[in-house]
Design a protein around this ligand. Structure first.
Ligand code: MTE
Ligand code: MO
Length: 307
């Protein structure tokens, strides 16, 4: 089944969507392939209401930039390293274990996962803690769907996400840049929020390895490092997970890491950002522009203390 792009009703075709559509068409014809030949996500029929109310109408960052300017320390610390070295990562077979405080622990095969939960397109703003941002058309499903399926127990207060640990395939893991594997975490209500996605694609296609294939987290109101790539384990706990970044530099990377222009990183301001592809900086918005949807999760919390 070919992937239609953009998979939207014609009534919603805007200039931006036409731009995306044209771009996809051009790229595929340049490569001499049809989308029917693209691997793995043969599930376009299940694409639901794309350009949903969750999507930003801002212009998406170009496919080239989205897939060649990446942070993925398992493959090196240069922005170009993931595009250079991640493509050889073996993403099949791949399993994701669901464990901890759930009534239905299980091991999901990645393709079973992709075929079970309807995929949606969501165009999200993404803000890296380093001060750059992108707009990315993700393809994924709400993490909440998977959580419901797992039936968390009353003790489940947090969710921990672990990236593959395989130094043979991930050269960056042979260096002590972080205490591997990469671990991230969310509070249960953050994990259940309708904006929180498990992404398996972008720009209507299978997720490129450098962007976290076969499955990665996407939490658009938090700094990018919360959105762990190449996930192999999702564990429900009653304790706040010790994340890889908080473990290595606790003074700089808190558990919450909500995008907040009013709280500087200890070594730089977070007030502005450079949208990749643009020249002038933009003001960074509280919760990366998603305050209306998520500020309520943190009502009454001191966001300087819980950074
Ligand atoms: N496993 C893993 N996940 C990761 C990272 C990483 O180094 N390893 N980098 C994070 C950071 S800092 C950012 S900004 C985003 C970048 O995602 P992108 O390359 O798809 O834009 O991935 C996040 N997820
Ligand atoms: Mo980042």
């Amino acid at each position: 089944m070919p992937i239609r792009y953009p998979p939207i009703p014609s009534s919603e075709i805007t200039e931006q969507n036409l731009y995306l559509q044209r771009r996809k068409f051009i790229r595929n014809s340049a490569l001499g392939i049809s989308s029917a030949m693209l691997p793995e996500i043969g599930t376009a029929a299940r694409l639901h209401a794309a350009y949903s109310r969750y999507s930003t109408t801002e212009v998406a960052t170009g496919y080239k930039e989205v897939t060649s300017y990446n942070n993925y320390y398992e493959f090196g610390t240069d922005k170009s390293d993931p595009a250079d070295y991640a493509p050889s990562l073996k993403t099949r077979p791949w399993t994701i274990s669901i464990s901890g405080e759930v009534n239905r622990p299980r091991v999901w095969d990645i393709d079973a996962l992709i075929n079970t939960f309807p995929l949606e397109e969501r165009i999200y703003r993404m803000r890296c803690v380093e001060g750059w941002s992108m707009v990315i058309p993700w393809l994924g499903f709400p993490l909440a769907s998977l959580i419901h399926q797992a039936e968390p127990t009353g003790k489940a207060k947090y969710v921990e996400f672990t990236t593959l640990y395989d130094p043979a395939q991930m050269p960056g893991q042979r260096r002590a840049v972080l205490d591997w594997p990469y671990v991230e975490g969310l509070r249960m209500d953050e994990a259940m929020h309708s904006l929180t996605l498990l992404a398996v694609g972008l720009y209507g296609e299978t997720l490129p390895n450098q962007n976290g294939a076969p499955v990665r987290l996407v939490v658009p109101w938090k700094y990018g490092f919360k959105s762990a790539k190449a996930i192999v384990r999702i564990r429900f706990t009653d304790q706040q997970p010790l994340t890889a970044w908080a473990r290595s530099v606790p003074s700089e990377y808190g558990f919450y890491s909500n995008v907040n222009p009013a709280v500087d990183h200890p070594r730089w301001s977070q007030a502005k950002e450079r949208r990749i592809g643009e020249f002038f900086k933009r003001n960074t918005l509280p919760f990366n522009g998603y305050a209306e949807q998520v500020a309520g999760l943190y009502r009454g919390m001191d966001l300087r203390k819980y950074f």
